[in-house]
Design a protein around this ligand. Structure first.
Ligand code: GLN
Length: 495
């Protein structure tokens, strides 16, 4: 076994552990060494070295005693939006610096129950608001492909950690693109399931009607493995759905067993006309078209579709999400938990000083916008209007899916930009154009590597969307593509 088993993908790590070629302690040590050596990336906000090694020792002992749980002894990292017992949980905010949760988020608990070893918590934009990871109170994250570039956001720490092979997989959350966009910019795979598939219990809330947990990993198969152990109904989240979770990895293995070279025969892929129009960088368009040609070679048929309300997704999302955030973040008042200002003559002043000190500028901006659009007199003009647009966007998808099985397009209009290049918040918001529509409609989506941009040499992601609960269909298409191509194997030059 190589000296650096953390370089293996999740499936290879699992196989090596099961075959007795590798111990969990060796694997976790390798991961911890790599995390330490790559600390300059800023991908982690907390590393739980001792706890992870103890868990790895326990996993090795359990395996020796016959335990064969699916994720036994595999190191993972959690986005710091998920609360964890025994590790701080901050959501990238000074407001929660040092906060220790008394319980684990449901998905954290489920992955641990399947045997996974949590090595630490990954950096993120404050309260998951952002697309560049420059909004973290604990510093920006660098893109392993170009240290001067952003890794994407808000799950930028998870994406950078996986791309730099510090861990083979990490959890993330996606409210308007936060799994898909950093996965694209770091050249890895990511899945955001249907709204309600994974429990939000213990996921620090941003916009509750949009927030969804998911996975960032090196391949669709690895995403499938983790997702099937995270997903499923949870009585502690009233929006989590009663839905049987397929064994996605079995479906992918069955696809491999099909005879012939056309595993996607009969699959109709819709290409939204509005997503291949002005504003899409040439190098991104070309890489995406290259991936689409591969789908055709695998048997799929491509057809043009229309999502006419695409442009309205930006104003609708940037009203709905801040409105929900302004309500969710009202709990940080310095009283029960979180940062409390030292001074303040009376209670209201203590509240306002605590919030002024604890929140960063983007979070404050969204609380102000959200409070404004929900206020009496503006509610109908903004919030209600945005909700109506949200419905129309969902209707556009329903109409499109009447004629296709999957929708494909770019994840982001450009490859990763340089840190500091989009100082204007609006410029960041506009770059979310292709991920917001699927989020507003609650659809499952994936980002898979589609090669490197011809001009920049940086990763380009292909976005795939499916109808509600179409995760298996998404994973199958992504897996078939990855069986036929090597884009997902590309590694940053300075690994
Ligand atoms: N970039 C979007 C925003 O800033 C989406 C973030 C997310 O999905 N958490 O809100």
């Amino acid at each position: 076994m190589s000296a650096d088993p953390a370089l293996l993908d999740l499936r290879a790590q699992r196989d090596a552990l099961a075959a007795g070629q590798l111990s969990s302690v060796e694997l976790v040590q390798s991961s911890l060494r790599r995390i330490d050596a790559a600390s300059g990336l800023g991908a982690f906000v907390h590393v739980a070295a001792d706890a992870a090694l103890a868990a790895a020792r326990a996993a090795d002992a359990a395996r020796a005693a016959g335990d064969a749980r699916a994720l036994l002894g595999l190191p993972l990292a959690h986005k710091d939006v998920f609360v964890t017992r025994g590790m701080p949980s901050t959501a990238g905010s000074k407001m929660l610096a040092g906060y220790m949760s008394p319980f684990d988020a449901t998905i954290v608990q489920r992955l641990a129950a399947a045997g996974a070893v949590a090595v630490g918590k990954t950096n993120m934009d404050e309260f998951a608001m952002g697309s560049s990871n420059e909004n973290s109170a604990f510093g920006a994250v660098a893109n392993p492909w170009d240290r001067a570039a952003i890794p994407g956001g808000s799950s930028g720490g998870s994406a950078a950690a996986v791309a730099a092979r510090l861990v083979a997989a990490a959890t993330g959350s996606d409210t308007g693109g936060s799994i898909r966009q950093p996965a694209a910019m770091c050249g890895i795979s990511g899945i955001k399931p249907t709204y309600g598939l994974c429990s939000r219990f213990g996921m620090i809330a941003f916009a509750s009607s949009l927030d969804q947990a998911g996975v960032l990993a090196r391949s669709a198969w690895d995403c499938a493995l983790l997702l099937q152990h995270m997903a499923g109904h949870d009585a502690q989240d009233s929006t989590s759905v009663q839905q049987a979770i397929p064994r996605y990895t079995d479906a992918l293995d069955a696809l491999d067993a099909l005879p012939g070279q056309r595993p996607l025969a009969g699959v109709r892929i819709g290409l939204p006309r509005e997503w291949f129009a002005d504003g899409l960088a040439d190098e991104v368009a070309r890489a995406v078209r290259g991936a689409l040609a591969q789908f055709e070679a695998l048997g799929a048929t491509l057809r043009d579709i229309t999502l006419p309300r695409t442009e309205l997704a930006i104003p609708a999302y940037y009203i709905v999400a801040p409105a929900e955030a302004s309500s969710n973040l009202s709990r940080y008042d310095g009283v029960r938990y979180g940062h409390r200002a030292a001074d303040g003559a009376e209670l209201a002043e203590m509240y306002s000083n605590s919030r002024a000190e604890g929140f960063g500028p983007e979070v404050k901006r969204r609380i102000l916008i959200g409070t404004y659009v929900l206020s009496h007199g503006y509610y109908d003009a903004y919030y209600l209007q945005a909700q109506k647009i949200r419905r129309l966007i969902a209707d556009d998808f329903a109409a499109a899916f009447a004629g296709c099985d999957l929708i494909a397009g770019p994840v982001s209009p450009t490859v990763a930009w340089k840190r500091g290049d989009k100082a204007d918040p609006l410029a960041n918001y506009l770059a979310d154009i292709y991920t917001l529509p699927g989020s507003l409609a609650g659809l499952p989506g994936m980002s898979v590597p589609a090669g490197l941009g011809a001009a920049s040499g940086l990763p380009v992601g292909l976005q795939l969307l499916a109808p509600h609960f179409g995760e298996q269909r998404l994973l199958e298409a992504a897996h078939a593509l990855q069986r036929a191509t090597d884009w997902h194997r590309l590694a940053p030059p300075t690994l």
